[in-house]
Design a protein around this ligand. Structure first.
Ligand code: ZN
Ligand code: MN
Length: 484
């Protein structure tokens, strides 16, 4: 049997506002447990939430970046459930009137064509606290600790549409999540650090026979925060569901967990539906009316989006498309390139040197572009020296490594190592005479009219000068010597 795969994402992203969603406690990931807390975010009776305006602005910015309709009127709702990390016994979320709806995010589909994945909604809610299940200070078989620093940190939830342009394969799922993360980083509302739990996904998946219009029942895999595990879990689920359907069985609607060591999904609970949460409008918070001016101002100040960045690099700096795609994967790299490009004379060479050589050193030092010890101006100067032929590419690589290690300019390393090119014809004369004397047969061939052996002679002189001559100069000088 041939199947269509339908994949849905509910992605939770922690916003990098300075304070929490409903109180003025700081959002600080490094702080000691339970030091960024107050009566509001620990759910004490009698306290009242006050909405963080900046979190709303970030939500609208995300909605606009994802081509959503921004609802003029929206409101918060209580989602009721009990969990030790949820001291109020409910989460303040949004239900029937989210801030943003009906958006899209363009990816490259499996057939290589652009495909706009449907976004059903983007809403704002509060994060829960964090349970800590391991610590040296207590018996973890009987105890867990709870840290409320994360309680009420603003959380964006982005839900894809399973009816309108759903994700249809594991590869598309990956492309979607990569593009989403990149977009949210470009608009600077979250660092989306998955290792810190700043971006977490619930992924649901169902299969249906090709051509069928009805949806199969879906399994939801909860709380995943790694591309690798999401891919593995989806592949496992596609196979599991296919086997059940082909064997004549039914897929129960359920929530599953991915076991990272067994690399398989296991049932956690039967899937709860919205009615289980007894959603109702939060009586402590007023309905929100966004003015046109508020939304327009956010639209006007929208940072550059990833696709715009690709187009700009190609149009403004004549960077080849495949390089532009690599340079814009990370906004920091795109910014670094743009800063270099002001100074660099040869932008194609610049992009190659960033992608090949700078990336290699960053990787070796486990550094991100933010940690790069070479300023964009300094890097561009090095590329200029190379593109003017003042030093060879090979020397350039040596110089780059020293710059990287010592944080000094290309110029001073070139001077210190005596790598300046020998431009003085007299200084080269001796080397050329030597090479001509050592290679009478080659010289004879050139004199007979063959041009190819010239490269050999140039190479020999380069060797003697330890690469410090300009090959173009040499060609001219050697030719001159050979004139009768
Ligand atoms: Zn607080
Ligand atoms: Mn949620």
């Amino acid at each position: 049997m041939d199947f269509d795969v339908i994949i849905g994402f509910e992605t939770h992203v922690e916003l990098k506002t300075r304070s929490k969603l409903f109180c003025d406690c700081p959002v600080d990931y490094e702080a000691s447990p339970n030091t960024c807390v107050c009566p509001v975010c620990t759910g004490h009776p009698g306290t009242l939430p006050v909405l963080n305006k900046n979190a709303v602005a970030f939500t609208v910015r995300a909605g606009l970046a994802l081509d959503c309709i921004v609802n003029r009127r929206s409101r918060f709702a209580r989602k009721n459930y009990f969990y030790p990390d949820l001291p109020k016994g409910y989460q303040i979320s949004q239900y029937d009137r989210p801030f943003c709806e009906n958006g899209r995010l363009e990816i490259t589909a499996d057939d290589g064509k652009p495909y706009a994945v449907g976004i059903k909604r983007v809403h704002l809610e509060e994060d829960a606290g964090k349970l800590v299940h391991s610590s040296s200070s207590f018996d973890e078989s009987t105890h867990s600790l709870v840290d409320y620093n994360r309680s009420s940190v603003p959380l964006l939830e982005i839900v894809t549409d399973h009816e309108k342009n759903p994700i249809r394969s594991t590869r598309e799922a990956r492309a979607y999540l990569e593009k989403l993360r990149r977009t949210l980083r470009y608009i600077e509302i979250s660092d989306c650090d998955m290792e810190k739990g700043q971006l977490r996904c619930d992924v649901n998946i169902s299969l249906r026979p090709k051509g069928s219009q009805a949806y199969g029942s879906r399994a939801e895999i909860k709380n995943m925060a790694s591309f690798k595990f999401i891919t593995e879990a989806l592949e496992y689920e596609i196979k599991r569901q296919r086997d059940i359907i082909e064997g004549g069985g039914r897929i129960p609607q359920e929530t599953r967990l991915f076991d990272e060591t067994k690399r398989a999904t296991f049932p956690m609970r039967s899937k709860e539906d919205a009615p289980d949460y007894r959603y109702f409008p939060d009586p402590d918070l007023l309905e929100i009316e966004l003015s046109e001016a508020f939304v327009d101002k956010i639209r006007e100040k929208m940072p550059e989006l990833p696709d715009q960045s690709i187009e700009r690099l190609i149009a403004q700096y004549d960077v080849p498309k495949e390089d532009a795609l690599i340079l814009t994967r990370n906004k920091g790299v795109a910014d670094y390139f743009s800063a270099c490009a002001f100074v660099a004379e040869d932008r194609k060479k610049l992009s190659r040197w960033i992608i090949k050589d700078l990336f290699r050193l960053l990787k070796k030092g486990s550094l991100g572009i933010e940690g790069c010890p070479i300023s964009p101006e300094g890097f561009a100067e090095l590329v200029n020296v190379i593109s003017r032929g003042e030093i060879t590419e090979k020397m350039g690589r040596q110089v780059l490594e020293e710059m990287f290690e010592q944080g000094v300019s290309a110029e001073s390393i070139i001077a210190e190592k005596g790598l300046q090119p020998i431009r003085d014809a007299k200084a080269l004369d001796g080397f050329i005479d030597q090479v001509i004397a050592e290679n009478p047969q080659v010289v004879a061939k050139i004199k007979e009219g063959s041009t190819k052996p010239m490269d050999y002679l140039i190479g020999q002189v380069m060797k003697k000068t330890r690469g410090q001559a300009n090959p173009k100069d040499l060609a001219r000088l050697i030719q001159k010597k050979m004139l009768p």
